[in-house]
Design a protein around this ligand. Structure first.
Ligand SMILES: [Zn+2]
Length: 444
């Protein structure tokens, strides 16, 4: 085993290309081939690792590896998912699974979500393996299946069936953070410190059914329609949670007086709406989910027969809750909107941490601000959900940290699950270098 054989470590570009070329679209997932390749790479570099399959699902696979540190800090978890969303119905200008290089970017599904981020973690792990001066604590690398469909066969399976793999871990780095957001000529680096949690509610509207030839008023359908209209106009109240407040404060330190005023107004629930309007549509759309619970209808089902009025219409609501909001809070909101003659059933509720850990924020902010001088790191909350929620069951706090320095003309958010997903090679290398620095300075 040689101690300075870093030349044998593939470049970040090579690693990202290899990962993208495995079609791990979920459904169905089929992470196995990609996981096998990862395992072989880790074996080749003599890094302790294992492949773990959920029971009865040999095609689904997770890989967990560990590089020992100096024993001076708790182990640090680098967690990323190897599955991607599909490309069905999208027009791509490059083959989404060829990982072609064009215009300074690697093109393909997963380039940013999140095989690019996984590459940064893997590259840092490989370098740590050969370092003369190992990181303070062990580095645990987890390549996970099934994140895009909720993580049951990936993070949830590992956390529930193999929790000992993560003994002693306090913090993890995961997806969705550390990328450049350009606002009025300033460069911000949001670091994800919190995510909203999910509540799926089925509402059944009831009404008189009957023959299609007759005149009907106040049917289940019309009740559902009125509820839909109310949902567009009535929303759960604004509530400013700690992560949102911290983000507004940090942004206010950078922006001009006018924007600063809007940010201060945004910190108060009674003026938050006006403040968001002042910031303009684009910014408001991005920020608003951090200010309130949301109720979004996604599926409507009702009526099976052309000549019969249904006595029942069902509507599925995808509700996303702020830290601290509870199931009964959102049920009360939904009841006040849908009105009478409707039954409400909670189909799925994932509890989230009521408060948010931000202890690692100064450390990560410093790293990003020195890697891109003149920029400003800010905490933020993601409106969707990631595998962070599963690791939280073990008391592990995940920070969204896959650093990317991005040009202002790249519509980064459109890359997620969209066509022509790509990552600038500069951003990938920036991320790999910053990740390596981050694992070497982590003190717990
Ligand atoms: Zn992702």
């Amino acid at each position: 085993m040689s101690e300075n054989d870093t030349n044998s470590v593939p470049t970040a570009v090579e690693l990202a290309q290899r990962l993208i070329r495995f079609n791990t679209s979920n459904p169905p997932g089929q992470e196995l081939e990609c996981a096998r390749w990862l395992k072989a790479l880790l074996d080749e570099h003599q890094i302790e690792n294992q492949m773990l399959h959920p029971p009865g699902l040999p095609e689904r696979a997770n890989v967990v590896a560990r590089v020992p540190g100096r024993g001076e800090a708790p182990p640090l978890l680098l967690q990323g998912h190897i599955d991607v969303v599909g490309v069905h119905g999208q027009r791509w200008s490059h083959d989404p699974f060829a990982a072609e290089i064009a215009g300074g970017c690697i093109w393909g599904r997963g380039a940013v979500d999140m095989k690019g981020g996984l590459t940064m973690m893997l590259h840092a792990l490989l370098r740590a393996r050969y370092s003369q001066n190992p990181p303070p604590g062990d580095i645990i690398f987890a390549a996970l299946a099934d994140e895009e469909l909720g993580g049951q066969h990936g993070a949830a399976f590992l956390v529930r069936e193999h929790p000992q793999l993560f003994d002693g871990v306090n913090h993890a780095f995961g997806e969705l953070g550390g990328f450049t957001v350009h606002v009025r000529g300033h460069r911000f680096y949001p670091i994800m410190v919190a995510e909203k949690h999910i509540c799926r509610i089925r509402v059944t509207f009831l009404g008189q059914g009957g023959h299609g030839s007759q005149i009907h008023r106040d049917t289940a359908m019309s009740r559902a329609a009125r509820a839909l209209r109310r949902m567009e106009n009535r929303h759960p109240p604004f509530r400013i949670v700690e992560a949102t407040r911290a983000m507004l404060v940090a942004m206010g330190e950078e922006l001009s007086m006018t924007d600063g005023l809007a940010l201060r107004m945004a910190m108060r629930p009674n003026t938050a709406g006006v403040a968001l309007a002042m910031m303009g549509d684009e910014i408001a759309r991005m920020l608003e989910p951090m200010f309130r619970d949301t109720i979004t209808p996604t599926i409507i089902e009702g009526g099976r027969q052309e000549n019969a009025v249904p006595s029942e219409v069902q509507m599925l609501l995808d509700c996303r809750l702020l830290p601290g909001s509870t199931q009964s809070d959102i049920v009360r909101q939904v009841m006040s909107i849908v009105g009478e003659n409707a039954e409400i059933q909670v189909e799925r509720y994932e509890d989230g941490p009521p408060t948010v850990d931000m202890t690692l924020l100064p450390y990560l902010s410093n790293l990003l601000e020195s890697a891109d001088p003149g920029s400003k790191a800010i905490p933020y909350m993601v409106a969707g959900g990631t595998d962070a929620k599963w690791f939280h069951e073990l008391g592990i706090d995940t920070y969204g940290f896959t650093p990317m320095r991005l040009p202002s003309d790249l519509d980064f958010m459109a890359m997620f699950h969209g066509p022509d997903e790509r990552i600038p090679i500069d951003a990938l290398n920036f991320g790999a270098a910053t990740m390596y620095e981050a694992i070497n300075g982590y003190r717990g």
